[in-house]
Design a protein around this ligand. Structure first.
Ligand SMILES: [Zn+2]
Length: 427
């Protein structure tokens, strides 16, 4: 078992895109050109090498030593050393996977099939690899924080986001996946066995710490949830003073359940009216909050008139509970109003987790596996015929990826030898 501490101390592997295999083999014979090529690659990406803590990176890079990857047909792998701090970087060409004998083409296809929801076992069958090798590959990718990878793509840390927990099962145990989403990007996919505020706080704190690590002045302004108490409490603990909103679409879905023993047409009509009410409240700009309070009171009167006093009272109490969260959404135009994109991310995860026995391995590294899946979700292109044709979630949200090859991007972005690039944090 590799610990996180050892990872950050020792993993100075970098994956470098040498464009094609022939270029790499040619450069093996020319040390100076090799180093120059690596430096040009770093410069193009705007990445820095992770030197030792005391080093400012002022030294030169020299070719240090090499070894031969026998299992890959004798590929020579070079190490570079910083002349100032003596940190050693292993340079993996784009066609070699770290610690693995699997060819990148095989890994690419197997991961794509995994992402598409095919079980680890079936992915293994079609690619002649062991299911465990694939499971370990996803876990290895998941050793690298989602926040680090997204920051390397120049995505600013989210000032507003959606947070919710997916309920799942690990064998017979109920488990929860605390999730943070903005747009089409997953910022956090955690794993807890309890639904308590303490458990969720611990999970979401992984995101919070990684974010503050990237940008010490990081502040969250608004979070949208479905109103679950543990989620709300964990967010308030981690992000004091944050504006907590409750999803308006969930409000619409919940209303019919508050109306007991009511004829279906009446229930439908009330739902439509409630929809119009929320929609109009969102259209109004400066008076939105005031207008909502007044309209909610009128709506309760209307429920009493059409569905009786008991239903009216139930709806009134429900409004009382939720209205602060709805106000929060309406009071800040930048606040997300519905958690639809988070539900989509959860649905995408659901299909994979359902198909994956590896996930239900009691001694498995669930957290690393989920983080690996989150990287796939963020970096695999989707929507082939739509507006963002061929783009991955990171690009859709305005981030930059190193190359046009999503798998190479995954290799480069999860390399341990790059120092996190400080993202500009917009408030
Ligand atoms: Zn150095």
């Amino acid at each position: 078992m590799r610990t996180t501490a050892r990872q950050t101390r020792e993993n100075r592997t970098i994956t470098v895109d040498f464009q094609n295999d022939a270029t790499y083999f040619q450069l093996l014979g020319d040390g100076k050109a090799f180093v120059e090529c690596v430096l040009a690659f770093l410069l193009a990406l705007g990445f820095q090498l992770a030197h030792k803590a005391t080093c400012h990176g002022g030294g030169c890079l020299t070719r240090h030593s090499h070894y031969v990857r026998v299992r890959l047909g004798g590929v020579t792998i070079w190490r570079l050393q910083c002349t100032a701090c003596r940190a050693v970087f292993t340079v993996l060409p784009h066609f070699v996977l770290r610690y693995r004998q699997m060819r990148p083409e095989v890994a690419r296809d197997a991961l794509l099939a995994t992402h598409g929801g095919l079980s680890l076992e079936w992915c293994a069958v079609i690619h002649h690899i062991s299911p465990m090798a694939l499971y370990r590959l996803v876990c290895a990718l998941g050793q690298h924080s989602v926040v680090t990878v997204l920051s390397r793509c120049r995505l600013p840390l989210p000032v507003y986001f959606l947070a919710d927990e997916k309920h799942s099962r690990c064998l017979t145990e109920k488990v929860y996946l605390p999730t943070i989403v903005t747009g089409r990007v997953l910022w956090h996919l955690g794993y807890t066995t309890e639904a308590s505020a303490a458990a969720f706080t611990e999970s979401y704190q992984v995101f919070q710490r990684a974010a503050v690590d990237e940008e010490p002045s990081y502040r969250v302004k608004g979070v949208l949830t479905d109103g679950f108490d543990s989620t709300t409490r964990s967010m308030r603990t981690l992000f004091p003073g944050v504006r907590m909103g409750i999803c308006l679409r969930h409000a619409l879905l919940k209303l019919p359940k508050k109306l007991v023993a009511v004829a279906s047409p009446v229930r439908k009509a009330l739902r439509t009216q409630f929809h119009t009410l929320l929609y109009r409240a969102r259209q109004r700009k400066s008076l939105r909050v005031f207008a909502l309070g007044q309209r909610l009171r009128h709506f309760v009167d209307h429920v009493i008139a059409t569905a009786g006093a008991a239903n009216g009272e139930r709806v009134r109490r429900w409004f009382q509970n939720k209205k602060t969260g709805w106000y929060a959404v309406l009071a800040d135009p930048q606040m997300p109003a519905t958690s639809t994109l988070l539900d989509q991310a959860h649905n995408a995860m659901e299909r994979k987790l359902f198909a994956m026995k590896g996930f239900h391995h009691p001694k498995g590294s669930q957290q690393a596996f989920l983080t690996g899946l989150a990287h796939l979700y963020n970096l695999i292109p989707y929507q082939r015929r739509a507006k963002h044709a061929g783009q991955c979630g990171v690009e859709v949200e305005g981030g930059k990826v190193p190359t046009r090859d999503w798998f190479l991007n995954l290799q480069i972005l999860t390399s341990g030898g790059f120092r996190g690039v400080r993202t500009r944090f917009t408030t």
